[in-house]
Design a protein around this ligand. Structure first.
Ligand SMILES: Nc1nc2c(c(=O)[nH]1)N(C=O)[C@@H](CNc1ccc(C(=O)N[C@@H](CCC(=O)O)C(=O)O)cc1)CN2
Ligand SMILES: Nc1ncnc2c1ncn2[C@@H]1O[C@H](COP(=O)(O)OP(=O)(O)OP(=O)(O)O)[C@@H](O)[C@H]1O
Length: 179
């Protein structure tokens, strides 16, 4: 079931025109910015867009005084976060995703911007099936998790397993869930 949903949504996302992709990205970045600008935080985890995920890299320009962290997959089961000052520091890693080098950030991360293949109205998330985020948050404090996706990635109800994590907020170009 999860597999079929993954395939369908990834295929749909692939079909987004460049124009739609770019204009929706812009709207989503603006919404994230508006939500975060009045918040007090020091550290924020983002990601390098993969397979037409929402591109959130511009947040680094909008929040110059914050510490940005990017995920790195270090084994079949484990993902860590590493601070990044400049996206030019990233190198192609596992799955062809751009990743940082360096050592794990071990202090609290205030906000996580979480990519997903799909989200549902109860704020559950479906990823690529690696279980990396689920496993990561089974041992790290879930501070503030903000899922991001295009509006067609929101389904009414996803099949949920015990280990699946919920977001605090999900932001699309059309809606904010959980706000
Ligand atoms: N941008 C971004 N970075 C991220 C994640 C993410 O969802 N998005 N992750 C969130 O977890 C981790 C990577 N997780 C991934 C899990 C599975 C596949 C994946 O596509 N697997 C393919 C096989 C690809 C290959 O081997 O070349 C597959 O299952 O078909 C990719 C990333 C860490 N970095
Ligand atoms: N907390 C956990 N502890 C152990 N195994 C886990 C945990 N969370 C997920 N897994 C395993 O990881 C695999 C993938 O899980 P699932 O399909 O829910 O991933 P996903 O949320 O789509 O992926 P991702 O988090 O990488 O984006 C499953 O085999 C699942 O049993």
């Amino acid at each position: 079931m999860k597999g079929r949903i993954r395939k369908e949504i990834i295929a749909k996302r692939k079909n987004l025109s460049k124009l739609e992709y770019e204009s929706n990205n812009k709207i989503i970045i603006e919404k994230i910015y508006n939500y975060l600008k009045s918040k007090n935080f020091k550290t924020i985890a983002i990601y390098y867009p993969y397979r037409k995920e929402v591109n959130v890299l511009n947040l680094m320009e909008l929040f110059k005084d914050k510490i940005f962290l990017f995920p790195k997959v270090i084994s079949d089961e484990k993902m860590i976060f590493i601070p990044v000052n400049d996206i030019n520091e990233l190198k192609k890693g596992k799955f062809g995703i751009m990743e940082p080098e360096g050592t794990e950030y071990t202090e609290y991360i205030d906000i996580y911007i979480v990519p997903g293949v799909a989200f549902d109205l109860d704020l559950y998330r479906l990823g690529y099936g690696g279980g990396f985020f689920d496993r990561y948050f089974s041992v790290h404090k879930k501070t503030q998790l903000i899922g991001v996706g295009f509006d067609f990635q929101i389904l009414e109800k996803l099949p949920v397993d015990d280990h699946d994590i919920q977001m605090n907020l999900v932001i699309t170009e059309k809606r904010i869930l959980g706000g």
